[in-house]
Each structure stands twice: as structure tokens, then as C-alpha cells.
Design a binder for this molecule. Structure first.
Ligand code: ADP
Length: 403
């Protein structure tokens, strides 16, 4: 009896113990769940932070790339906010406005500032275009400003109208010269074809002579068209070089060997001087071959019989370039012609009778060397004492893996 009373008395205590136990278990389960929840929240937050950081970095990289791209643009670009603040000005704009001394400190000329702030405040995508003439410190600049409203800014491209007009004038001159030069061989081919039509009146020897001239004129025409196409591909930036390691001594020897026939018909001696240093350059093999052939061919064409055309090369370690010289014992270059020799269609009047040509070879050489290889080309000559044409191209890069 006392046992059962004791047992009964123990029931509440037991219940309290069990409930306490259950309560404790539940509490620790809840606490565990809360801890897990907290941990997973922290994990999510850390992941969010990392992805935010990644997208921030990606945005910064994209902005840097965009800024670098704008810096490289040949067009002058500026961006201005609604309070006339210049947010961006690329190098082309700096040189247009600063070097033209049309920009004082950081303030834009009022004519441009008014247009840009009004555009910045306009609705997204609004486009405006205006021609303005700026003058300051005796300098004058005629500009066309084209701008667009974007994200509270006005982004503007500035076009130098004088430059555009100059480019148009040069293009007009080029078209006039080109059509004249193309028409000349065409006219003689046509005239000779008409003479050949009346074949009965022509002696066999004269017929052969006419045919030979027609063939050489059509070759000259084809060469001219090829050279014009190559020059315009380079000038418009379409042409690309496939840069590789080029042994210029081996290339020069190859070019000379290919031209020995042409030289011996004119009794010209071709020499490649031994090269004590490694004349290995970084460039486009075929294009450099074309330059060498052009310079050697000019040497052969303009040098009188019995003369010599010599190729030599050297390295300029300071400029990290290989320099090639093509020296002839020909008539040399008159002083007044030196500055114009590399212009399109320029030919020394007195030398036209010495050889047929297009007046485009040296211009193409200059485009290949200067525009595509970042090198230099030039001529040294004293009238009556021969000419020395030279070009330099970058030396092979150190550590380049041989192809
Ligand atoms: P072309 O097809 O007329 O030779 P180039 O552009 O190669 O065209 O040369 C332009 C002009 O430069 C030639 O027409 C010629 O008058 C002059 N010239 C080029 N090379 C020499 C040279 N080695 N000696 C003298 N005159 C040269």
C-alpha cells in the first residue's frame, strides 16, 4: 500500500521529469534547427556577397574595357552630365580640344556645353546634331557634334569638319588620278587593237610589236588594280598580317634569286651582302617579300645597264629592329622628289622613259611597313650618285617559340 502511495506520489515527479526531458529535447531540437537555419542563412548571405562581388568585379572590368575601347577610338568622344561636368573625354577629344587650345582648364566651350547639358536632361535616347565653329587664341575649329542622351549623360562624338573636308578632297584627288592612270593604258590598248583590226596594212614585225605593247600595258593595268586594292585594304584596316619569325637574310636571298633573270637581261648585277648578325624579324613573310621585290625591281628598272643593286641588312638593338638597305648605282633622286616619292601615283617625270611603272609600288611598301608592321621606310640619295632605299621592321620577340 505504502509502495503504491509512493508510486503514485512519484507519478507527478516522473511526469515532470519526462516532460522536462521532452521539453529539453524539443528546445535543443529547436535550437539546432535555429542554428542550422542561421548557418544556412549565413551561407546564402556569403554566396550572395560572393556573387555580388563577382558581378561588381565583372561590371568594373566591363567598364574598364569600355573606357579602354573609347580611349582607342580615333573619333573624339566626350560624356557630360546635366551639371556640365565632363564625365569622360577620350584621347582623341583631348588632342582635338586641348591641343587645338580650345579647351580652357576643364570647362567645355559654351557652344558645346549648352548642347550637351540640354541633351543630358532630355529623355533617354534623344539624339541631337549641330555644327559649331569654335575660336580661341587665334585657333578656329569647325566641328559637327553628334550626341545622344543616355543614363542622365550626353555622350557626344565630335567630328573635325576641316579634317572630313580634307579627306573628301584627298579622296576626290585620288579618284581623279586613279581614273587618269587607269585610262592611259586602256587608251593605248584600244588604239593598238584598232590598228591591228586593219591587219593587212601592218607588217609582221610591227604586229608583233603592237601585241607585245598591248600585253605589257594590260599587265601594268592588272598590277595597278592589284596594288590599289592592296593599298585600300591596308588603309581601311581590313588587311591583317600573319606575324611570324622571318629570316630577312634568307628572304632577301630568295627575292634576289627570283629576280636574277630580269637583272641579267638588263646587265645588272645583284648582290646580297653577308650578314654578320641574325636578321630575324617579326612580320608577315609574304608581305615583306613583296616589299623586297618592289625595291629590288625599282633598282633594276631605274639603274642603267652595267650597274649594281646591293642588299644589306643590320640590326638596331636600341630600336629593337632589323634594317634592310637596297642600294643601287642608278640616277638617284632629285631633291624636290624625295618628299613625294611615297605618294600614290607619284613618278619622277624624267624617269618615265627609263621604265614602265604604276607609281604605286613605294606607296604600297610604305603602307605594309609602317601601317602593318609599325616599322619605318625611307630613302637616302644624292642626284647622280645612286639611291639607298631602306626599311626597318621589329626584331623577333625574345622568348618566342619557333614556328
Ligand atoms: P613605279 O611603278 O613607277 O616604279 P614606285 O612607287 O615604285 O612606282 O616608284 C615611284 C617613282 O619613284 C618611280 O616612278 C621613279 O620615278 C622613282 N623611283 C623609285 N625607285 C627608284 C630608284 N631606285 N631610282 C630612281 N628612281 C626611283
Amino acid at each position: 500500500m505504502s509502495m503504491s502511495i509512493a508510486a503514485i506520489a512519484c507519478v507527478p515527479m516522473f511526469s515532470v521529469g519526462v516532460f522536462g526531458l521532452i521539453f529539453n529535447m524539443r528546445r535543443s531540437a529547436v535550437q539546432r534547427a535555429m542554428r542550422e537555419e542561421l548557418a544556412s542563412q549565413r551561407e546564402i548571405e556569403a554566396r550572395n556577397r560572393a556573387s555580388l562581388e563577382r558581378s561588381k568585379r565583372a561590371t568594373e572590368v566591363a567598364a574598364d574595357q569600355f573606357r579602354a575601347m573609347l580611349e582607342q577610338l580615333p573619333q573624339a568622344v566626350i560624356a557630360v552630365d546635366q551639371s556640365k561636368e565632363i564625365v569622360l573625354m577620350n584621347a582623341a577629344a583631348q588632342s582635338m580640344l586641348h591641343e587645338g587650345r580650345l579647351l580652357r582648364s576643364s570647362a567645355l566651350p559654351s557652344e558645346i556645353a549648352a548642347l550637351l547639358t540640354a541633351t543630358a536632361a532630355a529623355s533617354e535616347g534623344t539624339r541631337r546634331s549641330r555644327e559649331v565653329t569654335l575660336s580661341m587664341h587665334e585657333a578656329t575649329l569647325a566641328l559637327r557634334v553628334e550626341c545622344v542622351a543616355s543614363g542622365g549623360l550626353a555622350i557626344a562624338v565630335l567630328f573635325d569638319l576641316a579634317g572630313e573636308r580634307d579627306a573628301e578632297r584627298r579622296m576626290g584627288e585620288f579618284v581623279a588620278k586613279a581614273s587618269h592612270e587607269l585610262r592611259t593604258p586602256l587608251a593605248s590598248i584600244r588604239a593598238y587593237a584598232e590598228m591591228l583590226e586593219d591587219a593587212d596594212m601592218i607588217a609582221e614585225s610591227e604586229r608583233r610589236q603592237l601585241c607585245a605593247t598591248m600585253l605589257s600595258e594590260s599587265d601594268r593595268l592588272a598590277r595597278m588594280v592589284d596594288q590599289m586594292l592592296s593599298i585600300s585594304r591596308i588603309e581601311s584596316g581590313i588587311a591583317r598580317i600573319s606575324a611570324a619569325r622571318v629570316d630577312l637574310f634568307a628572304l632577301a636571298t630568295e627575292a634576289v634569286d627570283a629576280m636574277r633573270g630580269e637583272a641579267s637581261t638588263k646587265d645588272i648585277t645583284l648582290i646580297v651582302q653577308p650578314c654578320a648578325v641574325s636578321a630575324t624579324a617579326e612580320g608577315d613573310r609574304d608581305m615583306l617579300q613583296q616589299v623586297l621585290v618592289n625595291l629590288i625591281s625599282n633598282g633594276i628598272k631605274y639603274t642603267p645597264a652595267g650597274g649594281t643593286v646591293t642588299l644589306s641588312m643590320d640590326t638596331d638593338h636600341l630600336a629593337r629592329s632589323v634594317v634592310v638597305h637596297v642600294t643601287d648605282t642608278g640616277p638617284g633622286i632629285p631633291l624636290e622628289a624625295k618628299g613625294r616619292l611615297f605618294e600614290k601615283f607619284y613618278r619622277i617625270e624624267n624617269y618615265r622613259r627609263l621604265a614602265k611603272g604604276t607609281g604605286l609600288g613605294l606607296n604600297l611598301c610604305r603602307s605594309v611597313i609602317e601601317q602593318l608592321h609599325g616599322g619605318q621606310i625611307g630613302v637616302e640619295s644624292t642626284l647622280g650618285m645612286g639611291s639607298r632605299f631602306w626599311f626597318s621592321v621589329p626584331m623577333e620577340r625574345v622568348g618566342r617559340v619557333a614556328a
